[in-house]
Design a protein around this ligand. Sequence first.
Ligand SMILES: Cc1cc2nc3c(=O)[nH]c(=O)nc-3n(C[C@H](O)[C@H](O)[C@H](O)COP(=O)(O)OP(=O)(O)OC[C@H]3O[C@@H](n4cnc5c(N)ncnc54)[C@H](O)[C@@H]3O)c2cc1C
Length: 373
Amino acid sequence: MISTKSHYSGLPLRPWRRVFVYHFEIKRYNNIGTVESTHLLQTGGKRQRSHCDMFEQNVPLKQLSHYKIGGDARYFFEAKNVDDLIKAIKKQRQLETPLFILAGATNVLINDKGFDGLILKIQNSKINPLTGGQNEIIKAEAGTLMSDLVNFAIENNLSGLEWASGLPGTLGGAIRGNAGAFGGEIKDVVEEVVSLDISQKIPKIIKRKAEDCDFEYRSSIFKKNPQKEIIVEATLKLRKGDKKEIEERTNQNINYRLSNHPMEYPSLGSTFKNVLISQINNNISINQLLNQRKSALIIKNDPLPVIPAAFLISEAGLKGISVGGAQISPKHPNFIVNVSNATGDDVENLIQIVKNEVRKKFEIELKEEIERI
Ligand SMILES: Cc1cc2nc3c(=O)[nH]c(=O)nc-3n(C[C@H](O)[C@H](O)[C@H](O)COP(=O)(O)OP(=O)(O)OC[C@H]3O[C@@H](n4cnc5c(N)ncnc54)[C@H](O)[C@@H]3O)c2cc1C
């Protein structure tokens, strides 16, 4: 069953989010004893019961996606443990159908036609403290929401995850993309990652120390080898701290997001990666712009010095423009928000407009931070 908790630590469920929870909670049993969910109701009975009882079929991904955008998955399965993963991979191979691993769906743009393959949703979410003392080690399963981890840290007086307050999605998704905010990154607290290698005939468990995970700016070994390994769990190293101070830092970060990000609309967060200063040292138009403005106010540490993509988009005059129901947020122009039943095509069109205009104006090739199905 889909989690009923908000992806955002400390934030109330938004109305559209409540709809999402409601939609996925109702399940009923059909007359042959297999689960028939509201997915079927939504597709007007399109789902067929065929050769594959293990997977749900023709499942709308729109409600599952944080963006509220996307078509149907031909096959859909929620894995709660490694056994489930292995069984699902075996079946997916028998069906000779493509695979996509999905977790919180907070960083994936799902296209309007959907996915003609298996969406394997990571749904394991246990948190186990391992040791006491000065350094607190916890083990958490990959499907654990980051908001649950942040709350767990506060409850147990543990410092090290304050930067992640308000970060939506799961631990597995955060590790894969080395998610970061407010000067912190997930790599700062990861000790070990356990994954299931599904690139070989027989899936096998791999344990890697953090230094072997190739963590880089919004990347890791898992991202460099897409859909080849499924992150199963990770060991995190936090520090004992003062509960009140931890809570204060956490709340500060959430409040920053509430004031500066368009949280009132569905989005995937930042659409484009910020641009590393080291990559554009010789860019004349950027250097001119930085000379005209107070560059200290523009350059951000993320944690390396970057020019925010939001700044470039804004300077290209694109704030607030829309295509269909998708809009470049006037509040934070790196967010493309779903203001009114946007389609995947609306978002793709806006992405192209932004890339073209920023290239024309600054000779910079913006790269997407979001992924696509
Ligand atoms: C409002 C908002 C604010 C955001 N702010 C930030 C921010 O400040 N910093 C930041 O870095 N990101 C931010 N994001 C982006 C997003 O939340 C993160 O990238 C998040 O870590 C993605 O996790 P997820 O579980 O949703 O992954 P998904 O979106 O489900 O998947 C993302 C990718 O990870 C892969 N994946 C997921 N789980 C696993 C697993 N267990 N094993 C292998 N592969 C896996 C998927 O295949 C996919 O390729 C924001 C998003 C939103 C909507």
